[in-house]
Design a protein around this ligand. Structure first.
Ligand SMILES: [Zn+2]
Length: 306
């Protein structure tokens, strides 16, 4: 299964073996071909002209954004140009806007669902959002409490006093399409907008494999027993740094018993109804996440089996 948006930052060669070479990264960033993505909080700044997400070093300097060390995203294989991400304070973002025509700030979910940027660019904005979120939460050492410093182009933080390194955090989540063969079960969680149903999901816990996490989550949230767990797809989900692991599972007969703390309503949808949900034409007005989310693709694969 191909997940089209927020899928994979495969546009760039991450050069993971050279991130520790500060001189190499400095030379890449100083090259006029280098391009910079700018995050203002959790929102990428987007130029109204075709350059979109990518700003030149000159534009960065004019807005005085370049003081902080940038995160290294990788190089574009065709040109060998370095691609970086910077975080801009409110004043710097305003200064940039004073000499560059910018689109109104839009969160990454909305950008992904609108299709206004190439999928690879949206994925890179998501990567930058995840990395910046981790840096915000890892400013102090978890062992000794001292301040840590960013290194390796933003892919590591080091505590000088105790010598410990920490690495970007990734939270694995299982998300599953559970079916009895004829219908699939979807849930409405308390945090969802009215009418939205999606695949049940939950974090994998230490000591679990993926299949165990699927069985446990479905039993805890819906009271159902599932078998035949299969992994079908995966997707980075940068809110803030999850990896969604898409699975299917077969439900054994048994009563539905939902956990009201997690689920407001769970409902079985026939294959025909799943087709309506994918098309956005379900007669009850209920709806599912758009194609930027892995849930959409799990439900679509059930509605339109190969
Ligand atoms: Zn320490």
């Amino acid at each position: 299964m191909t997940v089209t948006l927020l899928g994979s930052a495969s546009l760039l060669d991450r050069q993971s073996g050279r991130r520790g070479d500060a001189a190499y990264l400095c030379a890449l960033a100083a090259d006029p071909a280098a391009r910079f993505l700018i995050m203002a909080g959790h929102t990428p700044l987007i130029a109204a002209d075709p350059s979109g997400l990518w700003f030149s070093a000159a534009a960065i300097q004019r807005a005085a954004i370049g003081d902080a060390e940038p995160l290294f995203l990788g190089i574009l294989p065709s040109s060998q140009a370095g691609y970086f991400a910077l975080s801009a304070c409110e004043a710097s973002a305003a200064k940039l806007a004073s000499h560059t025509d910018l689109h109104a700030p839009t969160d990454i979910r909305t950008i992904a669902s609108s299709g206004s940027l190439p999928a690879g660019d949206v994925a890179l904005a998501g990567l930058a959002r995840s990395l910046f979120a981790w840096h915000e939460s890892a400013r102090h050492c978890g062992w000794c409490g001292a301040k840590t410093a960013m290194t390796d182009g933003g892919w590591k933080r080091r505590c000088e006093p105790c010598g410990k390194d920490t690495f970007p955090r990734l939270d694995p989540v299982v998300i599953m399409l559970v079916t009895d063969g004829e219908s699939c079960i979807l849930a409405h969680e308390p945090r969802y907008k009215p009418g939205m149903f999606s695949c049940p999901a939950g974090y994998i816990e230490p000591g679990e494999d993926i299949a165990h996490a699927v069985r446990r989550e479905i039993h805890e949230e819906l009271g159902l027993t599932v078998t035949d767990v299969a992994i079908t797809s995966s997707q980075p989900w940068p809110f803030p740094h999850s990896l969604m692991i898409g699975c299917t599972a077969i439900c054994l007969p048994g009563p539905l018993n939902i956990d009201p703390a997690e689920i407001v309503e769970a409902r079985w949808f026939t294959r025909g109804e799943a087709t309506q949900l994918v098309a956005g034409t379900h007669p009850d007005g209920v709806w599912i996440p758009g194609p930027q989310a892995i849930a959409h693709h799990l439900i679509r694969a059930f509605a339109e089996p190969a």
